[in-house]
Design a binder for this molecule. Structure first.
Ligand SMILES: [Ca+2]
Ligand SMILES: [Ca+2]
Ligand SMILES: [Zn+2]
Length: 252
């Protein structure tokens, strides 16, 4: 077979899978097609010497598809999740390098807005996911990240970020606002659902947010009462002033 290369964008995709899951099974990996592929149009065939569904603008003999083994052997990850990350980015217009993705009897394609359709080809694609790249020059050579590593945040990294955020001015403002405005809503019968700050529910004794929020509540009520009382005293004093101004012996 004539020599061939994989399009640069798919080299990055395969590298990204390797970086994400260094111990992944590679048994069902693939790129260039076997003799069965060579008999039909396939993105696994080199584009200058083989039959492909599309043609590109250059003379490089390129393969436009990879298969990645389903078994990632990576905690918190499945091929389903990896496929979702990649497909969603395409659906949202944040990536445009792929033509279609096939995995587990499902095909997602650029041709119909990246929605899922049942894949009825001879292989159900349950042991590997198939990624077909586009034949456009800009997309073939685009080696930007595919988003898998971005999604790969461990729980402890996430906790550390959240802790840092909660200490920041913006984080504290947002948390305070969320706490003070949280409304648990009402049920079908119109009763307030337990759980909000203003309605602590049955966990009140053990809920550390309840005591300070009730103290705050009482402070607000106290302040309001203070204003109300002052307004009434001011009104009363004004009336007394008026009475005194009229002098003795005159009724109001
Ligand atoms: Ca090309
Ligand atoms: Ca080519
Ligand atoms: Zn394939």
């Amino acid at each position: 077979m004539a020599s061939w290369v994989l399009v640069p964008c798919l080299i990055t995709l395969r590298n990204e899978f390797n970086q994400l899951a260094p111990g992944r099974d590679r048994a069902s990996d693939g790129s260039v097609g076997d003799s069965a592929h060579a008999r039909e149009k396939s993105d696994h065939n080199p584009d200058e010497t083989g039959a492909t569904p599309y043609e590109d603008a250059d003379r490089r003999n390129e393969v436009h598809a990879i298969d990645v083994d389903d078994d990632l052997r990576k905690a918190g990850w499945t091929m389903r999740k990896a496929v979702e990350v990649i497909v969603i980015r395409h659906r949202e217009g944040r990536d445009d390098r792929l033509q279609n993705v096939i995995y587990d009897r499902t095909i997602w394609s650029r041709s119909w807005g990246w929605t899922a359709r049942r894949y009825t080809g001879s292989s159900p694609h349950t042991e590997h996911a198939h990624f077909s790249a586009r034949y456009t020059t800009g997309q073939e050579s685009d080696t930007r990240p595919w988003g898998l590593l971005e999604e790969d945040v461990t729980k402890s990294e996430f906790t550390a970020w959240m802790t840092e955020w909660a200490k920041s001015r913006a984080g504290r403002d947002a948390l305070a606002q969320a706490l003070l405005t949280y409304d648990p809503g009402k049920d079908a019968a119109g009763k307030v659902i337990a759980g909000g700050v203003t309605n602590p529910g049955t966990d009140a004794p053990a809920n550390p947010t309840v005591t300070p929020s009730w103290a705050l509540n009482r402070a607000v009520v106290g302040t309001q009462l203070g204003y109300d009382i002052r307004a009434k005293v001011d009104k009363l004093l004004a009336e007394v002033e008026q009475l005194l101004a009229r002098g003795p012996g005159k009724s109001v």
